[in-house]
Design a protein around this ligand. Structure first.
Ligand SMILES: [Zn+2]
Length: 503
């Protein structure tokens, strides 16, 4: 008998400091997408979890029964309507597929709802109610998962990404499917332990392209996975831009029927993170200083100025203006900015037409937390419908879009090329420039609104990456956030926090 695995899910990372909710319509806008049935299977070969899951299912000869998978760009809390609608489709799909041998869920792990801090726990619980206690439920998780008790209680196993930027998304999907299939075949009895560390860490300190404190713990998790009895070992950095009680660093270890080993390993990984707590600090450079350094660079050099506090991939609006203002103040040239979200400015540029000159007030309109609007005068060089195919390494083969996109050239040829967009986006791919007629390797300064995902594509072409200090709701300065629901005490908000693994 062919093993039957039903799959579907909801993936969204919620920045609860983003006032604008994520609605059902938002799940179909820009780079967000709801895929159903055979469309899920068509994700084979892409840089998504299903890129790995579909290929692995074929390799293992199991039948994958797709339901609905909704993946939205990070943003505000998910509306009840969006959650209930997608959950309803997934549950209907599972009911129609019964009997099944296992459930593989496509989750992010840090979804909050407009009326609940945890989206994943209730989703898994609802699936459990349908399939019963004996059908295993397993899911891959994003490294930025905020792990809730209900998630752990309702699922049989999780395995998280180990790379940030998330270049191992397909591999993690495949690993989760292997865990599920081995469970169905009776080869393993997944036994899970988790530990939640009283630590929130800025995303920027979790990057694995350098030996960050989180990567040191992840390296140990990787080595654990080669040890007897361990099926999966995960270090979650958590998502700190979420004011939910269970936000922060956590670990998960799945063993083959060995609860003591799972507990010991989960605690060991938690201890590694806790010992390093003072090193989860980021020291960004003031904008003027970063720009001066870039302008003084050797001819042919490329400086990436990362607007790490206004990262669309962390749910900000992406309309921050502080670095643009500093570029204008410095008279910077050969600078390309991806991007400022400002639909009104886009409309004005479209009205002026290609070649037209406009005077505009751009950005700073969404929430007032990312700098004031900035007056610019420039020439409209390009008007684009906005979508393009990503080259990777992250999200390779997927279509990204920020809606209508305009390139406004400020200061004439060789000045500042500012992309204005309808929607927010996360420039993690060279095609965020190339698709719009800008060759990133030929610009002195690239301004990217991205906390870390830009590194996969841009570190290889950058002379230097500078993390720039600007305000915003993905700031590494966690003291700047008005947390109210987060559990306390927690480091670094409560610097005297005492803890040891096993508590
Ligand atoms: Zn993530």
């Amino acid at each position: 008998m062919t093993i039957r695995i039903v799959t579907g899910g909801i993936a969204q990372e919620t920045n609860t400091f983003q006032w604008e909710p994520t609605t059902l319509a938002d799940f179909s806008k820009g780079s967000s997408e709801i895929v159903r049935g055979a469309e899920i299977l068509a994700l084979a070969g892409t840089g998504t979890i299903y890129g790995g899951i579909v290929a692995e299912a074929a390799r293992l000869g199991v039948e994958l029964i797709p339901t609905t998978y909704g993946a939205a760009v990070p943003g505000g809390r998910v509306s009840r309507e969006a959650f209930d609608t997608l959950r309803g489709e997934i549950l209907d799909g599972i009911r129609a597929a019964l009997p099944v041998d296992g459930v593989l869920l496509g989750l992010h792990g840090a979804m909050a709802l407009e009326d609940a801090d945890d989206g994943e726990g209730p989703l898994i619980a609802a699936v459990r109610e349908i399939v019963g206690p004996d059908v295993p439920i397993i899911a891959p998780l994003d490294l930025h998962t905020n792990l809730s008790d209900e998630m752990i209680a309702e699922a049989d196993g999780f395995v998280g990404y180990k790379a940030y930027p998330h270049t191992d998304t397909p591999e993690t999907g495949a690993q989760a499917l292997r865990m599920l299939v081995a469970t169905v075949k009776g080869e393993i009895t997944p036994t899970m332990a988790s530990a939640r560390v009283p630590l929130i860490a800025p995303n920027q300190s979790m990057v694995t392209t350098w030996q960050s404190p989180l990567k040191e713990a992840i390296d140990r998790a990787r080595s654990m996975e080669g040890e007897p009895g361990i099926v999966g070992a995960t270090v979650l950095g958590g998502f700190p831009f979420a004011d939910v009680p269970f936000a922060g660093v956590a670990t998960i270890v799945v063993t083959d029927n060995d609860p003591a080993l799972a507990r010991r390993c989960a605690d060991e990984l938690a201890g590694l993170c806790w010992e390093r707590r003072e090193r989860f600090t980021i020291h960004p450079t003031p904008p003027a200083e970063a720009i001066a350094e870039a302008l003084a660079g050797e001819p042919g050099s490329v400086y990436v100025l990362a607007d790490i506090s206004d990262s669309g991939a962390s749910g900000t609006a992406g309309d921050g203006t502080v670095i643009l203002k500093a570029l204008l103040d410095a008279g910077a040239r050969s600078a390309a900015v991806a991007q400022i979200m400002d639909p009104a400015a886009v409309t004005a540029c479209v009205a002026a037409g290609v070649g037209g000159t406009v005077e505009l007030s751009v950005g700073g309109k969404h929430d007032g937390l990312h700098g004031a609007p900035v007056e610019v005068r420039g020439t409209v060089r390009l008007i684009h419908e906005g979508s393009f195919v990503q080259a990777g390494p992250m999200g390779r083969g997927r279509v990204a879009s920020r809606g209508r996109t305009v390139v406004l050239e400020i200061g004439g040829r060789g000045g500042i090329e500012l992309q204005l967009t309808d929607l927010r986006g996360h420039p993690n791919d060279l095609n965020y420039f190339r698709a719009f007629g800008i060759e990133p390797t030929e610009r002195r300064i690239l301004v990217l609104k991205s906390a870390a995902h830009f590194r996969a594509a841009f570190e290889p072409i950058a002379t230097k990456v500078i993390e720039v200090a600007a305000p915003g709701i993905s700031s590494p300065d966690l003291h700047s956030f008005p947390y109210q629901r987060l559990r306390r005490p927690i480091y670094p908000l409560d610097p005297e926090t005492q803890w040891s693994p096993g508590e």
